[in-house]
Design a protein around this ligand. Structure first.
Ligand code: SF4
Ligand code: SF4
Length: 398
């Protein structure tokens, strides 16, 4: 098998998926784990004249649950009339909300979540500082992505994830009217990372994002030429429109039918394979095969955090910028960029700038070191920059 043959890429691809699935199964068993889904709320029995105790007995709610729902102070409160707490609809909504929040709380492994966030910070800061001055090689990138897959996916599991915070927040609020404060804090933390350093969390920390990225890079040689056919850059207008529609449909599903449309094929479940049904296996399989040819298909076409993060990215403090003083307009950066974003940044397209995943591919290839991932402001493209540079290159050749 030659050093970078298609057969080798296929073997690496399949080995990676097998490794992720097998190790995730083992890791899931070691952590134990509680189901991380909300309980189905069956119809509640509510009758006139009921006391709280009657209500509890009729609906299988123990006194401890009644205490949480109605804020009871003593046992004698159980004799209070149910309708003192509102109308039938208000009581139903109160019960559903409180039970959903209790189930959310109960389903979390708080120690594991805390460790994961500490690891995220340590990993991202180390990577950012070590790549501040030096260029990243393809091998180093693959190694960093692989480590991230192992730590944040295989070992620390599918939850939490940037995507999950947006998805679950919408689903919980849409289906029960409840807001789970720890999730909102996690979402804020992820968005603050985007605000500070572009999509650094997506680039190097999101467990499914890094898996897709690694697969995409498996299909490239060191010189970024593809091995198995063409790698395609999808027009942003198309991918972002689909992502927007998908989020709309998901939100309608949550508010109107209390249904989590993403649930059955949530790709993050590759890190808890026992919960990935047949629909999930097929969908994730297609996504992973697509990742060989399209950069991060889930992120670009479907991810709710991808969309929200893209909006916040517009005001990121640290981001990719070009120094037109030294730029020779060779456009190698735009070619090396796995999506259409570098072309848009370089030419300062009036159209919307797509997602930048802070992957450093553009910086790595630039022969004049004109690209920086820093707080440097994006300067205005000098008029005729590309024409002039082309002209001066022609003059030199003559
Ligand atoms: S956009 Fe991609 S990397 Fe970012 S949260 Fe979504 S799946 Fe993860
Ligand atoms: S190549 Fe540059 S512009 Fe393109 S995604 Fe990576 S960091 Fe962003």
């Amino acid at each position: 098998m030659s050093k970078s043959s298609p057969a080798k890429t296929v073997v690496l691809f399949l080995s990676l998926i097998a490794l992720v699935v097998i190790l995730s199964m083992i890791s899931g068993r070691l952590w134990g784990g509680k189901p991380e889904t909300l309980p189905e709320h069956s119809e509640l029995t509510i009758e006139k004249g009921m006391t709280l105790k009657d209500f509890g007995s009729a609906n299988g709610l123990p006194n401890s649950a009644l205490k949480v729902i109605f804020g009871l102070q003593s046992k004698s409160d159980l004799q209070k009339k149910l309708f003192e707490y509102g109308t039938a609809n208000q009581i139903k909504s109160l019960v559903i909300k409180k039970l959903a929040l209790a189930a959310e709380h109960e389903s979390k492994n708080w120690v594991k979540i805390l460790i994961k966030f500490c690891l995220w910070f340590a990993f991202l800061i180390t990577l950012f500082l070590s790549l501040r001055k030096r260029k990243i090689s393809p091998t180093l990138r693959k190694t960093a992505l692989f480590i991230s897959v192992l730590i944040f996916g295989v070992i620390m599991g599918a939850d939490p994830s940037p995507m999950g915070t947006v998805k679950d927040a919408i689903h919980l609020y849409g289906s029960t009217g409840a807001i789970f404060p720890p999730r909102m804090i996690a979402l804020m933390v992820f968005l603050v990372i985007v605000f500070v350093a572009n999509k650094y969390i997506c680039a190097w920390g999101c467990q499914f994002g890094v898996l897709q990225d690694l697969i995409f890079r498996l299909n490239q040689t060191a010189k970024t030429k593809t091995i198995m056919g063409r790698q395609v850059k999808i027009p942003f207008i198309l991918s972002n429109s689909i992502r927007l529609i998908f989020l709309g449909v998901f939100t309608i599903g949550a508010f109107v039918w209390s249904f989590d449309i993403i649930g059955p094929f949530d790709p993050f479940k590759i890190y808890k394979p026992a919960f990935l049904g047949m629909t999930g296996v097929i969908f994730v399989g297609i996504l992973l095969i697509m990742s060989l040819f399209i950069y991060r298909p889930w992120c670009h076409f479907f991810c709710p955090f991808g969309l929200v993060g893209w909006l916040v990215e517009k005001v990121s403090l640290i981001r990719i910028s070009v120094d037109y003083e030294t730029c020779i307009a060779c456009q190698k950066c735009a070619t090396a960029c796995p999506s259409t974003v570098m072309g848009a940044i370089l030419r300062q397209d009036k159209k919307t700038i797509p997602d930048c995943f802070a992957c450093y591919a553009c910086r790595e290839i630039c022969p004049t070191e004109s690209i920086r991932f820093s707080t440097r402001k994006r300067t205005i493209l000098p008029p005729g920059h590309f024409d002039e540079k082309k002209q001066s290159k022609t003059d030199i050749q003559i």
